[in-house]
Design a protein around this ligand. Sequence first.
Ligand SMILES: Cc1ncc(COP(=O)(O)O)c(C=O)c1O
Length: 402
Amino acid sequence: MFNINNFLHSNSLSPALEWKGYPKYNFIGGHNDNESIPVKSLKESIDNVILKEGKTLAKYGLESGPQGYLPLRSFIADQLKNSASIRCSEEEILIVSGSLQALDLVNQTFLKKDDTVIIEEENYGGTISRLNKLGVKMIGVPLEQDGMNITELERTLQNLEIKGIKPRYIYTIPTIQNPTGTIMSIQKRKALITLSKKYNVPIFEDDCYADLIFEKERPPAIKSFDDDGYVVYCGSFSKSIAPALRVGYLVADWPVLSRILPHKTDAGTGSLEQMTLAEFCKNNFNAHIKTLRAELKNKSNAMCNAIDKYFGSSADYIKPDGGIFIWINMPKNVDTSRLYDLALKQGVAINPGSDWSINENGRHKIRLCFGNPSALEIDEGIKLLAQICQKEFGVPVQIANL
Ligand SMILES: Cc1ncc(COP(=O)(O)O)c(C=O)c1O
């Protein structure tokens, strides 16, 4: 009897589940706000650019080569200079298919099984799962409201040095850290560069939420303090415009980028998306992110109001300064992995903290994303979540509001 499974090489990945649509109350995933997608301007941009340059689609890499559409790289270089104080040229930018591909490319270039990396101990689930899959050891550094605990980072670097272990990189999400929402102070950004130089360890700076700070000023990127090629930087249009476009970028000095580029074996990121983005961004990007931030701030307020209304003081969190998620501390008896299962059965999707943390504390935390659901869905979904928490875990909730 023929069994295709006998031909698949065995590895630890479990089969994907069939997609059955999104849950009714979907508080997971980096989805953006539907109404904030600039549909009309994107349409005009496609129309313009396809008429002007559509024939260049005949060639892999258009007329721009393997690093991506040159006008888009020029926009990114200008934008990074103006908003993050990064000085880089188009030649130091590689357009990738979302920053997830940036993570994969950097990991393929820097890591092999049993290597060690340093990361913020509460971290993006996609980073943790990738590093686990590669068999790479993660050492966690605790986070404070203004970013990584620098004393602990230095202690970690010292301990590793004593053991003769050279970490392959320090990975950080300094601006609207995922999942904690913290923004690293300028002082810590500089301290990170100093430590990176002192211990000779590169930094991988993942800055995909930096365009989404609601009101505070965007700090200069860590890369802006680096003149010696210690920092590999990545960004994305997923959060600032739309995740389904799948366009992100890597910034690194050519000696590093030239080693990363051979790992990008997909013959280039979708060119129509790149062309459309370049055309759209040159006149619209800054105005667009201004309106998007205001909308996301409204959604964040809606989520915070709903949490306060239904959970009261049982859910402990810090109001986000930007981004699309809230990191919430639940009472200690709430096993949030179990809560995840129970809530999903009732159509409420949440991220259990254990997927977003490499320490034990994650067990009682949840991450809730507010970018995509409407204010009404947020209210109804959080109410349902509070009912489940009360029934299953005895969490004291605001009964009068349920
Ligand atoms: C910290 C971080 N890095 C990378 C990504 C990947 O985003 P994309 O591939 O859509 O750019 C995400 C998505 O949520 C993220 O939170």
